[in-house]
Design a protein around this ligand. Structure first.
Ligand code: UD1
Ligand code: CA
Length: 454
């Protein structure tokens, strides 16, 4: 990739002060989610993966919610408030204390630009390591209106001119500023402090770091990213567009890593979905956060998985729902209309149809008949069901927790089990069957006679 200098520290400053009024939301924009993670979370993850070892999140005033999310995702991050919105350079300077610590590289990221890859941030760092004082990220814009323009000469970045300050010739430039930047830590503070606000918006522009850096004798360079990668999110349509691009990327990654997606465009991943090799994913499968699927597993159509761990060669669905804490060992079979939550399912277990298993442990090779329900909740407390190895639960049984079914035990179909069942025993808990010879024929004859009489 780039000649990264190991040991060179990196401070990342994430601007998260945007109000995001166009989201028409009570939530701030950067807390909206893409692929199960907040936009802020995506930015934090990307800079961290690019080697940022100090993090600062710049938030707007009275944004306890954004601060809480930053603290949750990156407890080590420093959170600073930009009291007044005076421009991107002013926002970066809210992190003055961290800048003064003397880091090797300084990265600036926007919290509303969630698709930037860590490799791209690493690329900006690499430019610094090759001697640049300022490295800015650009893209070829289909419609450059509103963006800052890259003014280049002989491949050198000379300046970034904001749209509102640009003349007609500059506005004709299509190479635009994505907003992200890397600054050499030795010069970052002096550059930022030299930026003024004499421009069309009376703002302190981070983009002026280029001209200021050049004046200070530094090399300033441009790196180019695809437009899709640097797209920002300002409204819900753009959020959906970003989600779509993210999903495209993840599907390609899953396939490149050896999974088969029969209809990739119908499979939705979470930011953290882990898929092994030779996994087969049929159409219309949704992965919520926290799922891992081991090698050789098959996820049949219309399944929804969240917080679940699927063992090697397991088979899930069609129409299965795995909820948080579903932990399925190798070779398990979870069939149609089965829901599993907070349950450890042992090797080779079959739960094939129409079943709810919650707050449970199921031993290896147990067979759970159709329509089995673990009654785990009494309206106040959750209780646990334990099913031993090799047990056989007859169809349409209700296991009223807390209850233990011993290893190798049988539960007769239609039972409501309220007491523990010893290993290798049979438990039947249902009305006893009776037969009356000829009853149906006699009933019909009598009923026909009554009907004929009226
Ligand atoms: C900025 C760039 C522009 C680039 C565009 C890409 C500057 C001066 N301009 O313009 O060259 O083409 O992004 O989308 O940098 N922010 C603060 N505090 C502020 C101002 C901004 O935190 O006082 C944050 C915003 O929340 C946002 C980011 O900085 O996350 C960019 O600000 P925005 O006002 O959207 O900048 P643009 O005018 O779009
Ligand atoms: Ca913007």
């Amino acid at each position: 990739m780039t000649e990264m200098q190991p040991g060179r520290t990196c401070l990342a400053i994430i601007l998260a002060a945007g109000e995001g009024t166009r989201m028409k939301s009570t939530r701030p924009k950067v807390l909206h989610e893409m692929a199960g993670r907040s936009l802020l979370g995506h930015a934090l993850a990307a800079v961290s993966a690019a080697g940022a070892d100090s993090l600062v999140v710049v938030i707007g005033p009275d944004r306890a919610d954004v601060a809480a999310e930053a603290r949750r995702l990156a407890p080590q991050a420093r959170i600073v408030v930009q009291a007044e919105r005076k421009g991107t350079a002013h926002a970066v300077l809210a992190a003055r204390e961290s800048l003064a610590e003397g880091h090797g590289d300084v990265l600036v990221a926007f919290a509303d630009t969630p698709l930037v890859r860590s490799e791209t941030f690493a690329g900006l760092r690499g430019a610094l390591h090759r001697g640049a004082g300022v490295a800015a990220l650009g893209f070829e814009a289909r419609d450059p209106t509103g963006y800052g323009r890259f003014v280049t000469r002989d491949g050198q970045l000379e300046a970034i001119v904001e749209h509102k300050d640009a003349d007609a010739a500059t506005r004709a430039i299509t190479l635009c500023n994505a907003g992200l930047m890397a600054l050499d830590g030795k010069h970052a503070l002096t550059i930022l402090e030299a930026i003024g606000n004499t421009n069309a918006q009376n703002e302190y522009y981070l983009t002026d770091a280029v001209e200021v850096g050049r004046r200070q004798g530094l090399t300033t360079v441009a790196l180019i990213a695809p437009e899709a990668e640097v797209q920002g999110v300002n409204d819900r349509a753009q959020l959906a567009a970003a989600e779509a691009d993210f999903q495209k990327r993840r599907r390609l990654e899953a396939m490149a890593a050896g999974a088969t997606l029969v209809a990739p465009e119908t499979v939705f991943f979470s930011h953290d979905t882990r898929i092994g090799r030779d996994v087969l994913i049929e159409p219309n499968v949704v992965f919520g956060p926290g799922v891992s699927v081991a090698d050789g597993a098959v996820i049949h159509a219309f399944s929804h998985l969240e917080g679940a761990c699927v063992g090697a060669n397991a088979t899930i669905g069609p129409y299965a729902r795995l909820r948080p804490g579903a932990d399925l060992a190798e070779g398990t079979k979870v069939g149609n209309f089965v829901e599993i939550k907070a349950a450890k399912i042992g090797e080779g277990v079959k739960v094939n149809h129409l079943t709810y298993i919650g707050d449970a442990e199921v031993g290896a090779n147990a067979n759970i008949g159709a329509g089995t329900i673990t009654c785990n909740y009494d309206g106040f407390f959750k209780s646990k069901t334990i099913i031993g190895e090799g047990a056989f639960i007859g169809s349409n049984s209700a296991l009223v927790a807390p209850v233990t079914i011993g290893a190798g035990a049988y539960v007769g179909s239609g039972s409501v089990i309220t007491r523990d069942v010893p290993p290798d025993a049979l438990a039947v808990a249902r009305g006893r069957q009776i037969e009356r010879q000829g009853w149906a024929a006699a009933f019909r004859a009598a009923a026909r006679a009554r009907k004929a009489a009226v």
